[in-house]
Design a protein around this ligand. Structure first.
Ligand code: S3P
Length: 426
């Protein structure tokens, strides 16, 4: 388990074209290629632990994967039973979406993950899938991985989810594609919609009407994907916060997906006073372009709506809260407690270690802007906690332990960080 120490940065002006490719889209590329008739061609696939695990699982399920270092080509003639245990590593997206994909596949499958993933709740997908006939089980009556699946025939459903989760929605949409009739899925707030956009682009009969998605079962295999994965806004956001909290600094983040369900944290930073502009450069499956972020004095805000649109960015946004004038408040964010770590407690304890005043409640926290002080932070194996506190270190210096987890989503994070500060690996 490696640790790093970063030092306070000086002003910087940077253009970054190498932000890690989008994790959500990369997972989906690997999985959805298994539903296509022909070879899917994926450029700029995220070569990080989480998504390489999904790619490996797809291989274990019988797909042919060719990689020339630029384009990954995936072809499949149907999902095959695997003699391997399918290891999703740290990825909630991986395990939950595979539950949906495999529930109707012929054969028996075992999905598992690392020590953190094996503690995260799976009932949110196993319960609704069981209700439509899926044969799924795991520890605590199907709530904890390892999960075992025996493919079965699935009944059509109208499911009203109580949580806004793209992972649950995507698992159910994948199940619906092979159910015995038209299905509908509604959610309380729109969660990220890559699944709907990509499957529609591949020819699936999916209609989105506000918060309800209607899905017709596949009559034939879908068209293969031809896609270049855009940069991940959740990864780009660390550098947006870096520029926003550093006087006289700015950054241009190139080729990022500008899907509205993914850039809410940038809008929050804008509400705080950072100077932002967006430029759309292409539009395939979803809008893609550049985001320019420039420092300005930050003021406190309240974040309480569309929480699923910035759920992954709240730890980094909290570093901006710590540098703002006033008390920022996060509400309705209980989902943070079941991410790669309990992110309410890891953010609150981390900020307290940096001598920032913070109050914790069951579904959020408040942060009083102040002066961040150097501390030693434990990532708790959570990549976004590790990167958030490293960015805080740009203000005051910081040591962060257990940073290997950054490889799950952003393998070149340190390479880019070294353009703005000195990083010492321990
Ligand atoms: C993801 C959905 C989100 C997000 C995760 C990726 C996805 O989780 O936190 O990092 O790719 O569908 P939930 O849908 O469970 O909120």
């Amino acid at each position: 388990m490696s640790s790093v120490k970063v030092v306070k940065t000086l002003a910087f002006s940077l253009r970054i074209s190498e932000i890690a490719p989008d994790k959500s889209i990369s997972h989906r590329c690997a999985m959805f290629a298994m539903l296509a008739d022909g070879t899917s061609e994926i450029e700029n696939f995220l070569r990080a632990e989480d998504t390489l695990n999904s790619l490996n699982i797809v291989k274990n399920l019988g797909a042919t994967v060719e990689d020339d270092g630029v384009t990954i080509r995936i072809s499949s003639d149907g999902i095959k039973e695997s003699s391997e245990i399918l290891d999703c590593g740290n990825s909630g997206t991986g395990i939950r979406l595979f539950c949906g994909l495999l529930s109707s596949a012929e054969g028996h499958f075992v999905l598992t993950g690392d020590e953190y993933l094996r503690r995260r709740p799976m009932k949110r997908v196993t319960a609704p899938l069981r209700d439509i006939g899926a044969k799924l089980d795991g520890r605590k009556d199907g709530d904890l991985a390892p999960l075992s699946i025996r493919g079965a025939s699935l009944k059509a459903f109208n499911y009203e989810s109580k949580i806004a989760s793209a992972q649950v929605k995507s698992a159910m949409i994948l199940a619906a594609l092979r159910a015995d009739g038209e299905c509908s899925y509604s959610e309380p707030e729109l969660s990220r919609d890559h699944t709907e956009r990509m499957l529609k682009g591949m020819g699936a009969e999916i209609e989105v009407d506000g918060l309800t998605t209607r899905i017709k079962p596949m009559k034939k295999l879908l068209s293969p994907l031809k896609i270049r994965v855009p940069a991940d806004p959740s990864s780009a956001f660390f550098f947006a916060v870096a520029a926003a909290i550093t006087p006289n600094s700015d950054v241009v983040l190139e080729g990022v997906t500008l899907n509205p369900t993914r850039i809410e944290a940038f809008k929050a930073l804008e509400r705080m006073g950072a100077l932002m502009s967006y430029e759309i450069t292409e539009n395939k499956y979803e809008p893609i372009g550049n985001i320019h972020v420039k420092h300005a004095p930050l003021k406190a805000i309240t974040v309480e709506h569309n929480i699923s649109w910035l759920i992954d960015e709240l730890p980094a946004l909290s570093i901006a809260f710590a540098c703002a004038d006033g008390i920022s408040i996060v509400k309705n964010a209980e989902e943070l407690r079941v991410k790669e770590s309990d992110r309410i407690s890891t953010v609150v304890n981390g900020l307290r270690a940096c001598r920032i005043e913070v109050d914790e409640v069951h579904d959020g926290y408040s942060v009083k802007g102040g002066e961040l002080r150097e501390a030693v932070i434990d990532s708790h194996g959570d990549h976004r906690i590790a990167m958030s506190f490293i960015i805080a270190g740009l203000k005051c210096g910081m040591s962060v332990n257990d940073v290997d987890c950054i490889n799950t989503s952003f393998p070149n994070f340190f390479e880019l960080l070294q353009k703005i500060t000195k990083v010492e690996f321990k």
